[in-house]
Design a protein around this ligand. Structure first.
Ligand code: ADP
Length: 309
């Protein structure tokens, strides 16, 4: 059915602060990782029994099948198969080290940037294989934006942070167009009223919560379809967290969101579907109320009832 593929990771950009910031902003402009046909030396697939719950959804944005990730010899994800629904929030939960971040990084090929990382299996975005040789990784990372745990604004003005992606991707034709994109993105990120009078001020002078919403605005400015959020609130205080959670709720009307969170309360508040990972396996996936209210696997139940994790 699905031909396994292997996308071999490669060095992304010298590891400088600037290249790291660009990558973290989903703006990696380096060439994509190479895609190889499966080789006979590929490690054997695990005999994973598959996740409990419904892995398929109608009209998926992403479909992942038999997705595995290796860091050198270590296998961090084991045969994950799951669809991600359009204009929904999928929460990835599970104990630390279970592979949540690795999973979301697969969705915009950020694992390609980790030396020694190797991805097998297939991922389609709107039906197109993202590891296909014809797939443009720069375009992919514009379509699938990423927001990180720690807000990571560029040491530039608020305006220039948001304008950065549209400028690099040539999305606007005039200064007026760019002004419009910056304004709209900041409005969508719920930050406009707080910064409209100081767009030329340094972004690093904003509070942590404002910086995170600025990073969301920066992601929105390149018109993504999907936003990946890797523990976006873990560095924020409760008020800033509530702001970002409200924002996620608004954004899902227009975007698909995948959020990694260690907070089960947060997963329950913001997501419609929840995926529970354990030791690199997807144990269970389903409607959030069902996963929290009536888990089908004991491992899921033990985690959500606080028995471990
Ligand atoms: P989680 O997000 O659930 O905490 P991760 O995806 O970060 O889990 O990690 C899954 C496993 O992969 C862990 O055992 C972790 O140590 C390993 N891992 C993650 N990133 C790397 C990396 N860059 N190099 C080597 N191992 C890694």
């Amino acid at each position: 059915m699905h031909e396994p593929r292997r996308a071999e990771a490669h060095e992304a950009g010298g590891g400088s602060d600037e290249s790291r910031r660009l990558l973290e902003a989903g703006l990696n402009l380096k060439p994509s990782g190479r895609v190889h046909a499966p080789s006979s030396t590929a490690p054997p697939e695990s005999a994973s029994s598959g996740a409990a719950g419904e892995i398929t959804v109608a009209d998926p944005v992403f479909s992942c099948r038999d997705l595995s990730v290796f860091y050198g010899d270590k296998r961090a994800l084991k045969n994950i198969s799951v669809d991600i629904g359009r204009r929904q929030v999928l929460a990835a939960i599970g104990p630390s080290g279970c592979g949540k971040s690795t999973f979301v990084r697969c969705l915009n090929r950020m694992n390609d940037t980790i030396p020694g990382a190797r991805v097998t299996g297939t991922i389609t975005l709107d039906g197109q294989d993202i590891h296909d040789a014809a797939s443009d990784v720069v375009r992919l990372r514009a379509r699938v934006g990423m927001v990180f745990q720690k807000p990571n604004p560029f040491p530039k003005s608020i305006y220039d942070n948001v304008a950065y992606g549209p400028r690099i991707h040539g999305l606007t034709r005039s200064r007026a167009d760019l002004d419009e994109v910056v304004c709209t993105s900041l409005q969508r990120a719920g930050l406009w009223s707080e910064v409209k009078d100081r767009l030329k001020a340094l972004a690093t002078g904003l509070s942590g919560g404002q910086q995170q919403r600025l990073c969301i605005a920066r992601t929105l400015a390149v018109q993504p379809e999907v936003i990946l959020m890797d523990e976006p609130c873990s560095a924020l205080d409760p008020i800033a967290t509530a702001h970002v959670e409200d924002l996620i709720d608004e954004l899902r009307e227009s975007y698909t969101i995948v959020i990694v969170t260690h907070s089960m309360q947060q997963a329950a508040r913001v997501s419609q579907r929840t995926a529970y990972f354990h030791l690199g396996e997807l144990i269970e996936v389903g409607a959030t109320e069902q996963v929290f209210g009536n888990p089908q696997r004991k491992l899921t139940e033990d985690y959500i009832t606080g028995r471990f994790g």
